[in-house]
Design a protein around this ligand. Structure first.
Ligand SMILES: Nc1ncnc2c1ncn2[C@@H]1O[C@H](COP(=O)(O)OP(=O)(O)O)[C@@H](O)[C@H]1O
Ligand SMILES: [Mg+2]
Length: 164
């Protein structure tokens, strides 16, 4: 979740209420309530198939709830796409990486930033600075297909920071 200095640590960054999502006859989320405060680090635990990814996919705009609501910073949010989610300051690092294997790290990160494109050299500098600040030490020229799982996860983290 993006840092927002205007938000008090005690206020809710995200509130999901009564979220229900089915895939055919499988009810993946059944009236789920889930809230995160600003500055809070929360672990969502559950056995395989319990619906964790489905809930996160609704926050990141990949799926839409059948019913229920999502509030972001206390206001009702309409999240119909990943772009809507990013615009609300929600960054998602997916367990199953959503990276273009044949692209470099830099091109993968840039690919998610349409609509506010900067010069490539400026973006490279920005992304290098963000990566350095996070201690990620990523090789921006390296192709995804040559990367280990941990390197791919670093690209996900750098992308989130660049986008939200
Ligand atoms: N795209 C989908 N199509 C059909 N069923 C799905 C889909 N995504 C998830 N499910 C089902 O929804 C349930 C919850 O899955 P998931 O959210 O991936 O659980 P978790 O992340 O907690 O392991 C499972 O029964 C899973 O098979
Ligand atoms: Mg999962």
């Amino acid at each position: 979740m993006a840092e927002n200095p205007e938000k008090k640590p005690s206020s809710y960054a995200i509130e999901c209420g009564e979220i229900t999502k089915s895939f055919g006859s499988v009810v993946a989320n059944d009236h789920v309530d889930f809230s995160v405060k600003y500055g809070e680090i929360l672990a969502l635990l559950g056995e395989n198939g319990s619906g964790k990814t489905t809930l996160m996919n609704m926050l990141s705009g990949i799926y839409h709830p059948d019913s229920g609501f999502i509030n972001v910073s206390g206001e009702r949010a309409v999240i119909n796409s990943p772009a809507d989610s990013i615009a609300l300051g929600i960054g998602m690092i997916h367990q199953h990486f959503k990276l273009v294997e044949a692209f470099s790290a830099l091109d993968n990160i840039i690919a998610g930033t349409s609509g506010r494109l900067k010069k490539r050299s400026v973006m490279r500098d920005d992304i290098s600075a963000i990566s350095g600040k996070l201690g990620l030490n990523v090789d921006l020229n390296k192709k995804i297909y040559n990367m280990s799982v941990s390197e791919k996860q670093k690209i996900g983290r750098a992308s989130c920071r660049e986008r939200v």
